[in-house]
Design a protein around this ligand. Structure first.
Ligand code: NAD
Length: 427
């Protein structure tokens, strides 16, 4: 089939490359000229395992990028909206980028003959597709949904860092279609996957995505709260969770306590669901606590640091890990951000290192020191904070010898080195 993918971020670029890999012809649309140029040259706009190889394989052949909506819509049968849905100031969802993309698709559809399906892959709160996207699309295109064009929701569940793998090996495919015809056409795109397709209405599909992310975020904040209690009692929370996770009703996944969740999805999506719940007159106390625990957790790193070395003014602190998780260069909502902000407020000097995330973090904190490797970052440091679970940090040993004081505070329980003054966040 012929597919257009609107928005070339983490989701859009992976979706486009993977659709090409499973045999579709793909036209990508973005407003960022640089990204378009890079994609057309087979250069990945972001760090994601396996993406570079797919882009090199298909760019300029089965996959092209453009800023021309009219062309993209005209030559394809179905368009996937993959633009960002950030948080507004009050935490609720900001749909302005979705609105712009839908208007552009609608304007391009005006002159297109024949059936076309518009699919919302961006994460949007329940009712958005039917009450927000659909009317804008009908007005901009002059066409009638259900008659001239189809509409569906197809949320994405990939993990950054494993996005290509997850797209190619889905454990669920959810399609919320406005009618049978739209649903069948979108299902057809995924024909090569063995995974069962959940065909449902658009609003339920939207809710499934939020519940998925909110439940995972809840597990993490729960594990962190238990970890904080266990630490005070001198109990190893990892041993507790290992046993608890053996219960088939619970599963051992997402029970590792640490510095909390970040990324472009969990914080934003839980806040958006809170916003939607409040909008309809419900006070979501559990979801609000999930966010509250997550916001306090990184600051506990600073409390331990102060207990160990006192006043932080002019102390050199090595921050290992800037990406919100390993395997990605994405720093959005990284737990390193509130930690670095607090260190700066308290007058510390920072030497940060991350295998992939430094360039993006330089835009947030242009004045702190960035090192080329962990060893340089640790040289002469009064203490080290471990923020991201990169595999290379698990191998660190002699590098800690370069520190002034070998104080290591681990937010991810990954440091194995001996002969250091080690303390874990919740253990
Ligand atoms: P992103 O911010 O990385 O990328 C969005 C892209 O859209 C950018 O390249 C931007 O230039 C482009 N864009 C902006 N306005 C545009 C317009 N009018 N027309 C065309 N392109 C435009 O976003 P992302 O992380 O890929 O997330 C996209 C959506 O997918 C969000 O709703 C997010 O919640 C959801 N999602 C993300 C993930 C993830 O792991 N990142 C996982 C599942 C779902």
């Amino acid at each position: 089939m012929k597919v257009s993918v609107i928005g070339l971020g983490y989701v859009g670029s992976v979706t486009a490359a993977c659709f090409a890999e499973i045999g579709h012809e793909v036209v990508c649309v973005d407003i960022d000229e640089n990204k378009i140029k890079n994609i057309n040259e087979g250069i990945s706009p972001l760090y994601e395992e396996g993406l570079r190889d797919l882009l090199l394989k298909y760019a300029g052949k089965k996959l092209i990028a453009t800023n021309d909506y009219e062309f993209a819509i005209k030559v394809t049968d179905v368009s996937f909206i993959c633009v960002g849905t950030p948080s507004a100031k009050n935490g609720s969802i900001d749909l302005s980028i979705v609105r712009a993309a839908v208007k552009s698709i609608g304007a391009a559809l005006k002159t297109k003959e024949g059936y076309h399906v518009v699919v919302v892959k961006s994460t949007v709160v329940p009712e958005t597709t039917e009450k927000f996207v659909l009317p804008i699309l009908e007005e901009a295109s002059g066409k009638i949904v259900g008659k001239d064009i189809g509409v569906a929701v197809n949320p994405e569940f990939l993990r950054e860092g494993k996005a290509v793998h997850d797209f190619m090996h889905p454990d669920k495919i959810v399609i919320g279609a406005i009618d049978r015809k739209s649903g069948d056409l979108v299902s057809e795109l995924y024909r090569t996957f063995e995974c069962e397709v959940t065909l449902i209405d658009p609003t339920t599909a939207e809710m499934i995505k939020y519940v998925n992310n909110s439940l995972l975020a809840t597990k993490i904040s729960f594990a962190n709260e238990i970890g904080n209690i266990c630490k005070k009692l001198g109990i190893d929370t990892y041993k507790v969770m290992e046993a608890v996770g053996k219960d088939f009703r619970i599963s051992p996944k997402f029970l590792n306590s640490g510095v909390g969740f970040g990324g472009s999805c969990f914080p934003k999506d839980v806040k958006a669901l809170i916003g939607k719940a409040k909008e309809i007159g419900y006070s979501p106390i559990l979801l609000e606590s999930v966010i509250e625990v997550n916001e306090k957790q990184p600051l506990l790193m600073i409390e331990i640091l102060q207990r160990k070395i006192g006043d932080l003014r002019n102390k050199k602190i090595a921050v290992l890990g800037l990406a919100f998780k390993d395997g990605t260069d994405d720093i959005r909502e990284s737990r390193a951000i509130p930690v670095i902000a607090e260190l700066l407020r308290l007058g510390a000097n920072i030497s940060a290192y991350d295998p992939t995330g430094s360039e993006k973090m330089k835009r947030v904190f242009p004045t702190i020191g960035y090192s080329r490797n962990a060893e340089d970052s640790l040289e002469g440091a009064d203490a080290c904070l471990v923020m991201t679970e990169w595999d290379e940090f698990t191998q660190l040993e002699s590098e800690f010898e370069k520190m002034k004081k070998k104080i290591v505070i681990d937010g991810r329980r990954i440091i194995k080195a001996k002969n250091i003054d080690y303390e874990g966040l919740c253990w």
